[in-house]
Design a protein around this ligand. Structure first.
Ligand code: NAI
Length: 214
C-alpha cells in the first residue's frame, strides 16, 4: 500500500465518496461490484476508479471486480476511520450544536468526548449526550484525556489564539468552521477549513452558466 503522504490530493478528495457509496452498497447486501458498475453509480469512468484504487495497490480481482465489504474496510483504514481519534468541539453556539448533534463522528474515525464554550450560561447544558464544559476547564481536560482532534465553531477573531493553545495541549488536527483560514506554524498539524458558503458559490457558478446558456 502506498504511504498516505505520497497519494495525490485529488485521489484523497475522492476517497470519502468511495467510502460512502461502498458503505451504502454494503448496507444493501451487495457483495461484489465491477469497476464499470461502480463507475455508473458514481458517475466516474471505470479507468478513473481503477487508477484511484491502484494507488493503494488495487483491491480488485480480474473477472470478479471488487469485494464491497473488503474495499469499504480497506478505504476506511486509509481514511483512519478505525482509529477513533479523541475529539473535542469548541464553541457550542448554533453551528457547534448542530454539528455535535447531526454529524456521526463515530462512523468517521472520531470519538466526540468533550464540548466547550466560553459562555458560562451554557455550562452544563447537554448536547449530543455530553455536558457543555467551560473553556476554563479545557487545559485540565486535555491533560487527562489527550484529544487529538478539535472542531472549531467559534468566531473568527478567537480562532488563531485558541488553535495555538490547543496545539500546545496536544491537538494535532483541526476541523475548522470559523471563517478564519487557519494556518498554524507547527509541523505535523492537519487543518481542514470548511466554508459552507464556498460550496454555495460553486453552486451559483453552475447556476450562472446554465442561466447564461438559456
Ligand atoms: P454562535 O454565536 O451561535 O456561537 C458561537 C459560540 O462560540 C458561542 O456560544 C460563543 O460563546 C462561543 N465562543 C466564542 N469565543 C469562544 C472561545 N474563545 N472559546 C470557546 N467558545 C467561544 O455562532 P454560530 O452560528 O454557531 O457560528 C459560529 C462561527 O462559525 C461563526 O463565526 C460563524 O461565522 C461561523 N460559521 C461558519 C460556517 C462555515 O461554513 N464555515 C457556517 C456557519 C457559521
Amino acid at each position: 500500500m502506498a504511504k498516505n503522504g505520497s497519494i495525490s490530493s485529488s485521489v484523497i478528495k475522492r476517497l470519502p465518496r468511495y467510502y460512502r457509496f461502498l458503505g451504502e452498497l454494503k448496507n444493501k447486501g451487495v457483495e461484489r461490484i465491477s469497476s464499470r458498475e461502480l463507475s455508473v453509480l458514481m458517475k466516474l469512468t471505470a479507468s478513473q476508479i481503477r487508477q484511484d484504487l491502484n494507488c493503494f495497490g488495487g483491491f480488485g480481482q480480474q473477472g470478479y471486480g471488487y469485494h464491497v465489504d473488503n474495499l469499504h474496510s480497506e478505504i476506511g483504514k486509509i481514511l483512519g476511520v478505525d482509529k477513533h481519534f479523541k475529539t473535542i468541539l469548541i464553541g457550542a453556539g448554533n453551528l457547534g450544536r448542530a454539528i455535535a448533534t447531526h454529524i456521526n463522528f463515530d462512523t468517521r474515525g472520531c470519538n466526540l468526548i468533550g464540548i466547550f464554550d466560553i459562555n458560562p450560561d451554557l455550562t452544563g447544558i447537554e448536547v449530543a449526550g455530553l455536558k457543555i464544559a467551560h473553556t476554563d476547564t479545557l487545559a485540565d481536560f486535555c491533560k487527562e484525556n489527550s484529544p487529538s482532534v478539535a472542531v472549531l465553531c467559534i468566531p473568527k477573531a478567537n480562532t488563531q489564539k485558541i488553535a495555538d493553545e490547543l496545539v500546545s495541549m496536544g491537538v494535532k488536527a483541526f476541523w475548522n468552521f470559523s471563517h478564519y483560514d487557519l494556518s498554524i506554524d507547527y509541523d505535523n498539524i492537519v487543518v481542514q477549513n470548511v466554508h459552507l458558503g464556498d460550496s454555495l458559490l460553486r453552486l451559483t457558478y453552475g447556476a450562472n452558466i446554465i442561466d447564461s446558456n438559456e
